[in-house]
Ligand binder design. Structure first.
Ligand SMILES: [Zn+2]
Length: 267
């Protein structure tokens, strides 16, 4: 089943690539329209459209014009595949679920992961956070939280519910980054980052969010310093912070799932 999730993730990943491209260019609908080479505009046959496999068979070049295909395509496909099987694996290990419910919960978690990857790539490429992705992230998280509060738990107590605790974590994370953006006039981070923090807080809850943000700030600062020292980026040039937040999200989720004792170090 984990392998099926991986395959499904590859397909969703190639869809994400199209979304990233067409969101921006405003070219046609997201679902309609056949895909074509970015270089020679020739339409791609089905055999050149298989996620990951086509890229490897074509050795990263267009069949017709031999122009290089961006590494972004197979990379996003692969990462989406991995994150989908990861979502299934975690769901089956962490919760006592089976059958259709297990698959359903794993799927919603997978979709949330896909949204986070979309934000990662989009912010990395265009230095902008796609707000539609944020609201999808909030929606999927809301579904998961409703499930855990109303289906898994016997009684709903507002102040100890996931809805309340995770909601507060999301709100505080949002306000923290919103404040930083406002205070620094978007020089340290942008308003878009506060919305990513909102989704992270809502999904991970207080402890995981704290860990995710710590990781994002720490890794962001490290990469920023390295880029400045190596001269790859000037002192003033901005680096998008979204990819670091998304990375923090995945690392925190992983740690919470597999190494809860590590999480305790931070508390
Ligand atoms: Zn071509």
């Amino acid at each position: 089943m984990s392998f099926l999730f991986f395959i499904f993730g590859l397909i969703v990943g190639s869809f994400l690539n199209v979304v990233v491209y067409r969101f921006r260019s405003g070219e046609g609908g997201i679902v309609t329209g056949s895909s074509h080479c970015r270089s020679c505009r020739n339409a791609l046959g089905w055999q050149d459209n298989i996620p990951l496999v086509s890229y490897i068979l074509l050795r990263g070049r267009c069949r017709q014009c031999k122009a290089g295909i961006s590494l972004q395509y197979p990379l996003v496909e692969f990462l989406t595949g991995v994150s989908f099987s990861f979502a299934y694996f975690c769901t089956s290990v962490l919760y006592d679920l089976s059958g259709g419910i297990l698959i359903g919960i794993a799927l919603i978690t997978s979709f949330l992961f896909a949204v986070m990857l979309l934000i990662f790539v989009y912010d990395y490429k265009y230095m902008e956070v796609p707000m539609a992705a944020i609201w999808w992230g909030v929606f999927f998280t809301f579904l998961l939280i409703m499930f855990f509060d109303f289906i898994l738990e016997d009684t709903f107590v507002l102040f100890s519910s996931h809805f309340f605790l995770h909601g507060m974590a999301g709100l505080i994370a949002f306000l923290f980054f919103f404040g930083m953006s406002y205070y620094s006039d978007e020089r340290w981070m942008g308003y878009g980052d506060s919305f990513i923090a909102l989704v992270i807080g809502f999904f991970l809850g207080p402890l995981g969010t704290f860990f995710a943000i710590l990781f994002a700030v720490w890794s962001g600062a490290t990469v920023g310093i390295l880029l400045t020292l190596t001269g790859a980026k000037g002192m003033k040039s901005a680096i998008p912070f979204g990819p670091f937040l998304v990375s923090g999200f995945f690392v925190a989720f992983y740690v919470m799932a597999y190494h809860p004792h590590l999480m305790r170090l931070f508390w």
